[in-house]
Design a protein around this ligand. Sequence first.
Ligand code: ADP
Ligand code: ADP
Ligand code: SF4
Ligand code: SF4
Length: 609
Amino acid sequence: MTALKLRLAVIDYDVCKPRKCSYECISVCPVNKSGRGVAIDADMAARGKPVIYEDACIGCALCVKACPFDAIYIVNLPQELEEEAVHRYGVNGFKLFRLPIPREGQVVGLLGRNGTGKTTAIRILSGEVKPNLGRVEGPEPGWDEIIRRFRGSELQTYFKQLSEGKLRTAHKIQYVELVPRRLKGRVRDLLARADEKGVYLDLASEIGLDKVLDRDVRHLSGGELQKMLIVATLSKDANVYIFDEPSSYLDIRERMRVSKIISRAARPGTYVVVVEHDLSVLDYLSDNIHLLYGEPGAYGIVSKPYSSREGINIFLEGYLPAENIRLRKEPIKFRKPAEVGLDAKPSGGPRRIVGWTSLKVELQGFTLEAEEGELSGGEIVGVAGPNGIGKTTFVKTLAGVLKPSEGAVYPYVEGLRVSYKPQYISPEALPDATVFEVLKAANPAAVVPGSWLYLELVKKLRLDRMMDRKARTLSGGELQRLAIAVSLSREADIYLLDEPSAYLDVEERVNVARIIRRVIETREAAALVVEHDLMILDYVSDRISLVSGEPGVYGRVNTPRPVKAGMNLLLQELGVTVRKDDQTGRPRINKEGSYLDRMQRARKLFYAA
Ligand code: ADP
Ligand code: ADP
Ligand code: SF4
Ligand code: SF4
């Protein structure tokens, strides 16, 4: 057995509030009480926040239990791991062990829960953070020591080149909405300035960014910002290309296009590293995958590299055999529609909410048509389609806010109410209020501890730890969870959630799918969930509705169909075929022109899952 001697004490200083507690953490510590040493102490230089000395601490975890705010995390790890510590943020900060290994000419993918160090790892690989090898006191390690640490692996050569300035890196950041704060001006000028290879116009036209080149960056949508950053990164004359979540805010077609241009960057002499939570995209894009595991916010360990198929399957299974590590109690399983009878009937309950005949809605410059349909309480209709295609317009028509010029809407519920979560949440547009205040304004019951809404939304979306923080200071993933809680806490008959999975990790996406289901079943409401992650679309939907046309000009909403039929039609429109993975049942995109691709195409079986 491995000796567990490496003590790790991490304090979340965002939630630690010495002014609101009585230093329970310090008063219960047996080491301090014994008088033989000090394991935990108030650090007066840091506004009285506590500091834990790992050498003196015996790991009893009494302080963890005593803290009223759950601010402390203590764990004992195998001693050998210490030699593989790569970076630590401060004395009781997050600690990263091991690193992913970039491979020349290949795309290396990173997959793991939010807060396990993916961004830290790529900031180290891109040279933005110099690794301190876990040493937070004393002199920082020099490059010689860092290079020696990685001897025998490809990282040795990599860091040698990086330290000698022989690697030029280009890094697409995760949160695209931060860009308009830092960059000003027209898209065309910004891209022209970033371009070192004379390729930006070609790339922009290949991923459909050419229409907005003359727009000011302040007026771009989330998806347009994402594409702009991807083009800017790829137009750098670099030999390391790093992409942190390139698919957020993009529709499925755009995700495929972006995957193609990113894969092309992996040539001899270049390294490509990608963090991505859309598993179909990650699978399609990467040659190798490293999983990151550990305790979010406390520590992260990078696994050995796996092939993309094996890595994703192990991740879903939740068990790493080589490391003998369990990632979570249960595997993540993907229902197969036929097995749960979804192809037979929609799972909606008896409460009918709204019906409509075929419709036409004419706005200035935009026309929407819809095939007839009906929504029932307790059902989730997955909506697939690009942005600006009329999904919001359609729901406004169902709610009676917009009037159709042809056809009619039949609400079965008086005063039909809609609650909407927009796709893109600009930090600038947020009120100057705390998470608590924002939730309370949406529904006072949501902030009453013990109420079903509090348990279902605040607890399960882990907002309880951030109630006092200003909404404006939240990260993209935290803001997404708040926006989901706000829209689901409102009383409504139809919930329209536009891309609730952006910035969430796979576990959170599955968790959100379950939360949506419980809320709409309790309220006998219906949900329309716009989802661009194929696997989550399949997972979340009882039925699927496609919206196609020309964004900003014309849109057509299809009647909601059973999942399998809806997926088949969607993939046919996209021109891709998808097979089922034998082991996990997850959908996998076939490589264009492969044997399975040709065979499925010939049989018009676009979705063989
Ligand atoms: P991921 O990309 O997997 O979500 P990150 O690498 O962004 O993970 O962060 C891992 C943890 O490291 C975070 O939960 C945070 O607590 C901590 N962290 C990240 N950046 C810093 C920093 N600059 N200073 C202190 N702690 C940080
Ligand atoms: P989605 O929800 O699919 O992103 P929307 O329904 O919000 O799309 O918008 C579809 C198109 O209709 C967009 O081009 C938008 O600019 C346009 N549009 C939305 N509301 C109006 C309106 N009141 N008048 C004119 N055009 C509108
Ligand atoms: Fe108080 Fe907990 Fe912070 Fe200790 S860790 S000072 S008990 S909030
Ligand atoms: Fe003290 Fe135990 Fe907390 Fe360590 S884990 S600081 S020994 S109370």
